[in-house]
Design a protein around this ligand. Structure first.
Ligand SMILES: CC(C)(COP(=O)(O)OP(=O)(O)OC[C@H]1O[C@@H](n2cnc3c(N)ncnc32)[C@H](O)[C@@H]1OP(=O)(O)O)[C@@H](O)C(=O)NCCC(=O)NCCS
Length: 157
C-alpha cells in the first residue's frame, strides 16, 4: 500500500473510518463528545477545501483503511486525526502513514505537533516510539489533552 493524497470525494468514507476508529478513544476517556466523533460531513469537506491541509490515506484496493491530516503553518505542521480501521490496526499502518505524512511535508517545516487524549495509551506509545515528546497538557472537557512535538531531522545530502 502506497500513501496517497485523498480527494474531497473521499470525505464520506473518511468520516466513517474516523468515527469507527475513534470510538475506542471515546470509551477510554468516558467521553462520546470527542471532536473526531462530533465532526460533520460538511466540516470534513471543508478540510479538503483548506489549502493549508493535506489529507493522506492508505487504500487496500479501493477501501480506505488509514488516514491522517497535515496542516502546515509556517515552519510547523500539525498532525491530526490519525485513524486506522479497527480491523486493520496493529499491522504497522498507523506508523507507516504518520511517517509518510511527515516525509511529505514541505521543506520549510521544522517541527511536527500533535495532540492526543491522556488515556490514549496506544497512540501515546506510538508517538513516543516515533520521536514525539510531551510539551504540555491542557484541559479538554473531563480529561486532559497531551500536546506532543517532534523536531524534524534533516536527511544528509
Ligand atoms: C492509534 C492508531 C492510529 C494506531 O494505528 P495502528 O496501525 O494500529 O498502529 P501500528 O500498527 O503502527 O502500531 C500499533 C501497534 O502495533 C504494533 N505493530 C506495528 N507494526 C506491526 C506489524 N507489522 N504487525 C503486528 N503488529 C505491529 C506496534 O508494536 C504497536 O504496538 P503497541 O503500540 O501496542 O506497543 C489506531 O490504533 C487508531 O486508529 N486508533 C484510534 C484513533 C486514535 O486514537 N488516533 C490517534 C489519536 S491522536
Amino acid at each position: 500500500m502506497t500513501p496517497e493524497q485523498l480527494p474531497e470525494t473521499a470525505a464520506g468514507e473518511l468520516l466513517t473510518l474516523q468515527r469507527a476508529a475513534f470510538l475506542a478513544e471515546a470509551r477510554a476517556h468516558h467521553d462520546l463528545d470527542l471532536p473526531p466523533l462530533l465532526e460533520t460531513l460538511e466540516q470534513v469537506r471543508a478540510v479538503f477545501a483548506d489549502p493549508a491541509v493535506t489529507v493522506w490515506g492508505l487504500r487496500d484496493g479501493s477501501r480506505i483503511v488509514a488516514a491522517v491530516r497535515l496542516r502546515v503553518h509556517g515552519d510547523a505542521a500539525q498532525i491530526g486525526r490519525l485513524a486506522v480501521a479497527p480491523d486493520r490496526q496493529c499491522e504497522g499502518l498507523g506508523t507507516a502513514l504518520l511517517l509518510a505524512a511527515e516525509a511529505a511535508a514541505p521543506a520549510a517545516v521544522r517541527t511536527f505537533r500533535l495532540t492526543t487524549g491522556e488515556f490514549s495509551a496506544g497512540p501515546l506509545r506510538l508517538y513516543a516510539r516515533n520521536g514525539y515528546r510531551e510539551t504540555h497538557r491542557t484541559p479538554e472537557g473531563v480529561h486532559e489533552l497531551v500536546h506532543l512535538e517532534k523536531v524534524r531531522v534533516r536527511a544528509r545530502s
